[in-house]
Design a protein around this ligand. Structure first.
Ligand SMILES: Nc1ncnc2c1ncn2[C@@H]1O[C@H](COP(=O)(O)OP(=O)(O)OP(=O)(O)O)[C@@H](O)[C@H]1O
Ligand SMILES: [Mg+2]
Length: 733
């Protein structure tokens, strides 16, 4: 585009028209050739020349002009083509602010075609961007406009008048919007005259978004490190080139006291500095990429803390550096130590417990067994671990029968969460032996859930043994007590008997003593009279009766005198068999009349015993008489003598009959003096009492066995050697 200068000379209109024509035709070429000024200087001289040369000149000029015009046009089109295909959205306006170029990229960006826009003025080019006609950056090329500048994110103007600005344009790309970087430059001709302006609009949305993202993430990371509890640092040349507030806080510093001023050496306990220094060096030199270790830190106030770092090598300002994180683990360490202590203590308690302690899980698998349990069972924990408790050591009951796991109280502790205490079961050792235990099984409950069971047990084999001994002793004691009671009872019975005897004896002795003398006189006179009786004397029968009955009385008195304690028994070395033989002859006659067979089984070679022959004979007679009384219709009377097996050192005399026997209820009474079942006049009830008394005086004993309807056996035991007679009470005067 070129400006054309027209002028109107005041001379001949023809010439003027001609010149005008020529001027117009050559479209401003002449001024360039310097012709115009010549015409102006000497118009009159030139008129002829002009008239002559004009046709040629015009033709030539026209030709030249056409050529120049074509060239200019071509270069203009070329320029427009270049603009057209520029990758940046670009448009050009002329000095009248009319759009003369609007390229494809801009069409794409704004959705407005070249056709619609080229030739438009009056800020039409602003509409696709801002929806209204108003000055935009391209308009600032020709001058300042603060109002317009304000609309941009920033505007920068260079010395050559080019403007740069950034703005977000929401309407671009069909409303999608885009961040754009705008460059507007003035277009000037060779003389520096402004003839238009060009603006290119570059879509920087993507870059912008990336930038935003970077900023955002930078922000995020800054926030993260600023607010982190973990200390974050970057160390270079022995100084914290970066550190976050947490790092400063860990060492008791304000951030600005440490940032860029202090270095690791200021916060590490001198003893640990060599290690830290070496580790920093290793990372800085690239010997190791990263390191994780702990050391003792030194706080500003001198307090020593435990820290742990994780650092890696990095580059900062083009030089190697160490970047990392740091944690104050003093509390954690202390807690760990406390925990370790507590654990150690619990372990020690479990280890030292005298009771066996075993833990199982919910499958009954052994999780734990303390030392005592291992000692008692003979298994090492490693051998028990993970094995089922019941089949391992609780499979069989004390009686040898199998112990079903479903009935096991230990099992119920974790299946039914049931607690139990048992003291009559056994556990089995590794060597196959067993021992009695008292155990308690309790469920192991965590947060309301049963996680297994704990069984504590004690070996009570010793206790059981003692219990058993006590039980046996008790049983023995019972037997002994029974025996003793029986002995006592019989002793008591004997005592009662002997008391009775002694009472009766004293009475009888007294009576006998008093009666004996009168009886002697009666008998003497009766016998004297009987001697003097004549044949058929009517007094004969009464006198003989007196003599006979008196004799009977004397016998009775003699029997009664037996009970007298004072009555002494004269003992001799007696051949029992011989003495008994003599007595038996006295009862033969009666036995025969009753049809009683007498059997004698007298042991030969019996030792003699210290005894009174008459008394021993009397016992046999009394017993035999009772037997004959009990066998009115015949039977067998057996007399035996023997060395006693039952009572060693004694001779045994047995008198046995097959009579009616003694009813059980009267058995205890038969030895009582005057106890009789016989009718009056037939028995006095003294027979057995006398036998008992005689045996007693010989330090012997008497036993009786009788069964009703079957017969009776009396056994007399007499000591072979003379024993000192029990010290008899002297009769009271
Ligand atoms: N062998 C016997 N069989 C059956 N009963 C007997 C026998 N021996 C003794 N008795 C019973 O014991 C009682 C007492 O006997 P015991 O000899 O002391 O007196 P008794 O025979 O009745 O009279 P006594 O012997 O003084 O003439 C008898 O009455 C009789 O009931
Ligand atoms: Mg009798």
């Amino acid at each position: 585009m070129k400006t054309t200068k027209n002028y109107f000379p005041l001379l001949a209109v023809k010439l003027a028209v001609l010149v005008l024509l020529a001027e117009t035709a050559i479209m401003g070429v002449l001024p360039f050739l310097g012709i115009r000024s010549a015409l102006l200087e000497n118009t009159a001289d030139a008129v002829l020349l002009v008239l002559v040369v004009t046709p040629f000149l015009v033709r030539w000029a026209l030709q030249a002009a056409r050529m120049v015009g074509e060239e200019v046009e071509a270069s203009r089109r070329q320029l427009l083509d270049i603009i057209e295909f520029l990758p940046d959205a670009t448009f050009v306006i002329d000095s009248g602010k009319k759009v003369i170029a609007w390229n494809r990229a801009l069409e794409k960006m704004t959705g407005v075609s070249k056709k619609e826009m080229v030739g438009k003025g009056d800020y039409a080019y602003a509409v696709p961007f801002h929806g209204e006609r108003r000055p935009i950056i391209i308009d600032l090329v020709s001058g300042q406009d603060t109002e317009t500048e304000k609309r941009y994110k920033y505007v920068k103007r260079t010395a050559d008048g080019t403007l740069y600005a950034e703005i977000f344009v929401p309407s671009l790309y069909g409303g999608k919007g885009a961040y754009v970087w705008v460059t507007a430059s003035p277009l000037r001709d060779g003389a520096g005259n402004l003839y238009g302006a060009i603006e290119s609009v570059r879509d920087i949305t993507e870059r912008k978004r990336a930038e935003e993202k970077i900023l955002e993430s930078e922000d995020k990371f800054r926030n993260l490190t600023e607010k982190s509890m973990v200390g974050v640092y970057l160390v270079q040349d022995g100084v914290f080139k970066y550190c976050n507030p947490a790092l400063a806080g860990i060492f008791g510093f304000e951030l600005d006291e440490i940032f860029g001023k202090k270095g690791p050496k200021d916060v590490v306990l001198p003893e640990d500095w060599p290690i830290v220094m070496e580790n920093l060096r290793k990372r800085s030199d690239g010997e190791v990429e990263s390191l994780n270790y702990g050391f003792r830190g030194l706080k500003k106030n001198g307090e020593v803390i435990d820290v742990e770092v994780y650092g890696s090598r990095t580059f900062y300002d083009g030089k190697p550096a160490v970047i990392g994180t740091l944690l104050d683990i003093t509390g954690r360490k202390r807690m760990e130590e406390a925990l370790r202590d507590a654990e150690e203590r619990s372990r020690l308690i479990l280890k030292s417990a005298g009771d066996g302690i075993i833990g199982v899980d919910t499958d009954g698998l052994i999780l734990f067994a303390n030392e005592s349990a291992q000692d008692m069972l003979g298994w090492k924990f490693e051998e028990m671990r993970g094995k089922r408790l019941h089949p391992l050591m609780h499979h069989t009951r004390p009686d040898g029968s199998p112990y079903p796991v479903q009935e096991c109280p230990m099992y119920e502790a974790f299946t039914l969460s049931k607690e139990s205490q048992v003291d009559n079961e056994i556990l089995w050792r590794k060597d196959g032996s067993s021992f009695f235990v008292i155990y308690s099984a309790r469920p192991m409950i965590r947060n309301g859930r049963t996680e297994g069971a704990v069984i504590t047990f004690k070996d009570i084999t010793e206790r059981k043994k003692i219990e058993l001994e006590i039980r046996t002793l008790n049983a023995e004691l019972e037997v002994r007590v029974e025996q003793r009671t029986a002995e006592l009872r019989s002793a008591q019975e004997r005592l009662i008997q002997s008391e009775k005897m002694s009472a009766v004896g004293q009475l009888a002795a007294g009576v006998a003593h008093e009666i004996n003398n009168p009886l002697g006189i009666i008998l003497g006179f009766a016998q004297g009279l009987v001697k003097r009786l004549k044949e058929n004397d009517p007094a004969g029968m009464p006198l003989r009766s007196i003599e006979r009955e008196t004799l009977r009385c004397k016998d009775l008195v003699q029997e009664l005198l037996i009970f007298s304690r004072s009555s002494k028994i004269e003992e001799e070395d007696l051949d029992i068999n011989e003495a008994l033989g003599g007595a038996l002859s006295l009862i033969f006659a009666r036995a025969r009349t009753q049809g009683v067979e007498i059997v004698r089984e007298l042991s030969q070679g019996l030792p003699t015993i210290p005894a009174n022959k008459g008394k021993i004979q009397q016992t046999l007679i009394n017993l035999a008489n009772n037997s004959l009384d009990a066998m009115p219709a015949g039977g067998t009377l057996t007399i035996r003598t023997a060395l006693s097996l039952k009572r060693p050192g004694h001779v045994e005399i047995r008198v046995q009959d097959t009579g009616h026997g003694i009813p059980k209820e009267i058995q205890p009474r038969v030895l009582e003096p005057f106890f009789t079942t016989k009718e009056v006049g037939k028995g006095t009830g003294l027979g057995l009492a006398v036998v008992y008394e005689i045996v007693k005086k010989h330090n012997g004993s008497l036993e009786m066995e009788s069964a009703e309807g079957k017969g009776t056996l009396f056994s007399i035991f007499l000591p072979i050697k003379a024993a000192k007679a029990p010290s008899d009470r002297q009769p009271t005067p």
